[in-house]
Design a protein around this ligand. Structure first.
Ligand SMILES: [Zn+2]
Length: 270
């Protein structure tokens, strides 16, 4: 069940359902309360809202979230994980998602996993070199990647730390110096987001949301099943049957589980 984020009696957002509908109303409330969308290009001031998405599980759902925000006039930044075992950002259906997000006016950048390279802090130089390498590679999938980078499951040693060659979403000015509100592991169920009107960074993971509510474990299962089925079918087509069927794998044509017809039908914004 969805509870309205406008229920004044019990707080800013009394209870959270991980649905597109709830997320859309949460954003509307922030806008109504005077927040205005900002980017990582500038330091944040009171009422500035920088919206970020770490795409850990589902490019398809990133597209859904991107449409909701574009319809509300919100420009956000989507960070794709190049080292993700679950999706390949260069596979054409995923490049199309990136293209569509950019067309809607959103920014797209690298979601960087230190865990793929190091178990402990390797020092500024090593981090900057490796991040630059991933950003260069990602630059082949889109013309103008965001100057910002977000760290995946950030270790303690990247928090509140700045780097010369790129902007980190965990720099002090976007993290410890502002209000930072994130939906990681669906923690809003126990602790609904509160905002205070000051500068705000909002983080959501598109793969945790859908048309109907579902638990964190269910969302992870949905995402893996969706990806595995598509990969299995595509590999059969390409290698066993020697057929080029990539057009059929466009995320716009194959809705994610629990995704409404309206959204999958290509409701375009911005
Ligand atoms: Zn992540």
């Amino acid at each position: 069940m969805t509870t309205s984020p406008r229920d004044e009696a019990t707080g800013y957002v009394p209870s959270v359902a991980y649905t597109y509908d709830w997320y859309e109303r949460f954003l509307e409330r922030l806008l109504d309360d005077g927040y205005s969308p900002a980017s990582y290009d500038e330091p944040l001031g009171d009422g500035d809202l920088v919206v970020r998405h770490d795409v850990d599980l589902s490019p398809a759902r990133a597209l859904d979230i991107g449409r909701i925000e574009a319809d509300l006039g919100i420009r956000s930044t989507f960070f794709f994980l190049l080292t993700n075992p679950l999706y390949n950002p260069f596979h054409r259906p995923n490049r199309r998602v990136i293209h569509d997000l950019v067309e809607m006016g959103h920014d797209v950048g690298v979601h960087f996993s230190t865990h793929q390279y190091w178990g402990e802090d390797p020092g500024d130089g090593a981090i900057e070199t490796r991040v630059a390498a991933e950003r260069d590679v990602f630059g082949t999938a889109l013309t103008d990647p965001s100057p910002a980078v977000s760290f995946h499951r950030p270790p303690e040693w990247v928090l509140s730390r700045s780097f010369d060659p790129f902007i980190s979403t965990y720099e002090r000015r976007f993290f410890s110096d502002v209000q930072y509100v994130g939906d990681s592991s669906q923690r809003w169920r126990e602790s609904p987001p509160e905002v205070d009107g000051g500068p705000l960074q909002l983080l959501t993971h598109p793969g945790l949301w859908g048309t109907e509510d579902a638990t964190f474990a269910q969302r992870v299962n949905e995402a893996t099943e969706y990806q595995f089925e598509r990969v299995a079918a595509f590999v059969q087509d390409e290698f066993v049957h020697d057929r080029n069927t990539i057009e059929e794998y466009d995320h716009r044509e194959t809705p994610t589980p629990g995704r409404s017809e309206e959204r999958s039908g290509g409701r375009r914004g911005g």
